[in-house]
Design a protein around this ligand. Structure first.
Ligand code: TRP
Length: 341
């Protein structure tokens, strides 16, 4: 069989399950903007609202607000809804339609081995939603309904990407086609894994009960500076090389955040600040963070003033997306033997 040539296309998604954090920005959105601007891929970015309801009941007004805020965050950070396709998952119904097909391709055993499923369902898996179990099949559908070839994600999503490849491989094999691409993950690289400001061994999370643990993209300048000043550190000065940070997770986190915001490698930050105490370094970091983040947060609140405009952008994004997804779904149904008339 001749190998199908797929258009280079990148897809990624973020859940509108809470507010946007610095972790979403440095770990994901900033990279999405770089991929968009590099121009080597078509780029599709998605608010995954169908995923957001898998873990818990979200108040409808909150879900709507989170989704719009995430959209505003994408745009304020530099995602251009003309250059990229910017969508909300539920507004492109082919994601959920292909997910059903993939529910019939993926095996219970594959899903049961997902570490995120095990972590999130915890000791009481019986009480978890069926949607949480099927989450990775919907994620595979998000990607493959665009025939996406590349997916920028954090390290924690690597296993889901492998599952996406397994689903594509099994579909292609079962039906004797070369229809779905074997998508490549684009893991972190230069991107920063931002950790909890009060515990450098855990990921910064929108669901942590402590506000001090994270920087929200909607925080104003004062709040940003205060949270950085209160971040956990140790009494030692900054080392002169990154190896000196290995056993110092809180210190390493602040250096990484500085590097991410300044767009420079962590070693370059240490070249400049080696020997500095945290009292001093935190001041420099607070200034840098405010100068980079305050314009984004003020642009987000400006965009949030006009939700009609945000909804219009999402409507337009869905229209553009469906030019790609409708034909791919039609072809999938046809391959499977479903009548199209
Ligand atoms: N599961 C991803 C996360 O929690 C979000 C996501 C959903 C996603 N669908 C996707 C990421 C498709 C990349 C591609 O981070």
């Amino acid at each position: 069989m001749a190998k199908t040539q797929f258009t280079p296309r990148a897809f990624s998604g973020i859940q509108p399950s809470g507010g946007l954090t610095l972790g979403n920005y440095l770990g994901a959105i900033k990279r999405f903007v770089e991929m968009q601007d590099a121009g080597s891929y078509e780029t599709v970015y998605c608010m995954v609202d169908l995923h957001a309801i898998t873990a818990r009941l979200i108040d409808p007004a909150e879900l709507r607000n989170n989704t719009r805020e995430l959209c505003a965050g994408f745009i304020a950070s530099g995602i251009d809804p003309e250059k990229s396709i910017l969508i909300n998952q539920s507004q492109v119904p082919e994601h959920a339609q292909l997910a059903w097909i993939f529910n019939c391709i993926a095996r219970m055993g594959w899903m049961g081995r997902m570490t995120q499923w095990k972590d999130k369902s915890g000791k009481n898996a019986e009480a978890a939603s069926l949607g949480l179990f099927a989450y990775p099949a919907l994620m595979a559908a998000d990607i493959l309904i665009y025939h996406a070839t590349h997916v920028p994600v954090g390290d924690d999503q690597k296993q889901h990407l492998e599952l996406t490849r397994d689903i594509a491989t099994k579909f292609n094999h079962d039906y004797g086609v070369d229809f779905f691409p074997i998508t490549k993950p684009v893991i972190e690289g230069a991107a920063t894994r931002v950790m909890n400001l009060q515990d450098g061994t855990r990921k910064m999370s929108k669901s942590d009960p402590s506000e001090k643990s994270r920087i929200n993209m909607t925080d104003d300048a004062d709040t940003i500076a205060k949270k950085i000043r209160k971040a956990k550190t140790d009494p030692d000065p900054l080392p002169d090389n990154v190896a000196g940070l290995t056993a110092r997770p809180d210190a390493r986190n602040l250096v990484n955040i500085y590097a991410g915001l300044a767009d420079t490698p962590p070693q370059a930050v240490l070249d400049e600040h080696a020997g500095a105490l945290f009292g001093h370094f935190k001041g420099a970091l607070a200034d840098l963070a405010v100068s980079k983040l305050a314009p984004i947060s003020s642009e987000m609140s400006r965009l949030m003033q006009d939700t009609t405009e945000i909804d219009r952008i999402l409507g337009r994004g869905a229209e553009r997306a469906r030019e790609i997804t409708v034909p791919i779904l039609e072809k999938t149904y046809d391959i499977i033997g479903m009548i199209r008339s």
